[in-house]
Design a protein around this ligand. Structure first.
Ligand SMILES: C[S@@+](CC[C@H](N)C(=O)[O-])C[C@H]1O[C@@H](n2cnc3c(N)ncnc32)[C@H](O)[C@@H]1O
Length: 350
């Protein structure tokens, strides 16, 4: 048996204090099912007064295993625990650098309504581990309520092709200008296209920004590109913007019904404080654009929509909600008006 200790990211702790430990353990439980060796005994522990998440493994972690552990949102450093003559020694394990783009891309923008980037990374990982696609390198990820793009930037960090739909035109424009500037400053090779897309029956007209990104000229010439797309439009039209069965993962942080309303009908500009209306309008389109074996992961405010109502809306739209033990432990308090939970739903072959 080998025992590992994961030092938790201080950024994660600052936001949810005590609750982050429970979220970390939940994310790790899911990741362990993807490793090449069998692991058990996940627990929170303090070593010399510092918090770690500890687990046991049947053997040494392989390089691929270390890469998976290093993707987890809370992992700051990985140690093997050695016990010698009554002493506890922490042996540092070299992390694998599997980032496509620097993690700072998700931290630079600060604004009201932003979803914490580490929480977002956790949701993406949960979606990946619960999908049939965790072995793939080429992942297409959609955030259908994208805001200024936290999910897209976190997806890009791991080299995914990322797509976002956001109803606020100004918000999309800010995200577009931020990414363009970032790629220029960091000297990524890229091409950008902005176009207006309308429905054949003129039911909608949206702006679509697309980026094709490469790290080097050679990669660009060889067509080794990462794709980013931002659409300023209503997510209820997701299946009009994208092909059927297109996305491996859909991940979104729904409007909380607190600071900002969620618009489900552009014409009436109907603002609602409850995401139920948004889900009713969008879930059928999200279902159609998700691949079989793909997962939808949503976070939302339990104070405006109880979990059983969320589950029933998802089931009604054809999704299978996955609610094993390790997936029931993600609910946490953000502040007085937000009690947040995560739901994982899969599109299964029927
Ligand atoms: C909680 S915020 C997401 C924040 C985002 N994760 C970020 O960090 O920037 C929810 C977003 O959903 C958007 N939204 C609400 N209804 C929408 C709809 N029908 N279609 C597309 N976006 C919508 C809101 O404008 C808001 O920006």
């Amino acid at each position: 048996m080998v025992t590992y200790a994961l030092l938790t990211n201080p950024g994660h702790n600052r936001v949810y204090y005590e609750e982050s430990k429970k979220l970390a353990a939940g994310e790790l439980q899911l990741a362990l099912t993807k490793l090449s060796i069998s692991c058990s005994d996940v627990k929170s522990d303090y070593i010399a007064g510092v918090h770690y998440v500890v687990f046991s493994a049947s053997d040494d972690l392989s390089e691929e295993d270390i890469a998976v552990i290093g993707m987890l949102s809370f992992v700051y450093a990985i140690f093997e625990i050695k016990k010698t003559r009554g002493l506890i020694l922490l042996l540092p394990i070299m992390k694998i650098n599997n980032r496509y783009i620097d993690e700072n891309i998700g931290t630079i923008l600060k604004y009201t309504g932003k979803t914490n980037e580490l929480f977002t990374r956790m949701m993406i990982n949960i979606a990946l581990f619960c999908s049939d696609f965790s072995h793939l390198n080429q992942i297409r990820l959609l955030d259908p309520v994208a805001g200024k793009g936290t999910t897209l930037f976190e997806g890009l960090v791991f080299g995914y092709d990322v797509y976002g739909i956001e109803i606020g035109e100004k918000i999309v424009s800010e995200a577009y200008h931020f990414l363009k500037k970032y790629l220029e400053t960091e000297k990524y090779k890229h091409t950008v296209k902005t176009e207006k897309v309308s429905a054949p029956d003129k039911a909608f007209k949206v702006i679509r920004h697309s980026f094709d990104i490469a790290k080097t000229k050679e990669e660009q010439k060889g067509g080794n590109l990462k794709h980013v797309e931002l659409i300023a439009g209503n997510s209820a039209n997701t299946d009009k913007f994208f092909k059927k069965n297109f996305f491996h993962l859909i991940v979104g942080d729904l409007p909380y019904g607190v600071q900002h309303g969620n618009v489900t009908n552009e014409k009436q500009s109907s603002l609602t404080r409850n995401p139920k209306e948004l889900l009713n309008a969008c879930l059928p389109a999200w279902y159609r654009t998700l691949m079989n074996g793909g997962t939808l992961v949503l976070s939302w405010n339990l104070l405006v929509l109880p979990r059983e109502n969320m589950v029933s809306l998802l089931n009604k739209s054809g999704f299978t909600v996955i609610d094993g033990d390790s997936l029931m432990n993600f609910r946490h308090r953000v502040d007085r008006s937000i009690n947040r939970d995560i739901v994982v739903a899969k599109k299964t072959r029927r």
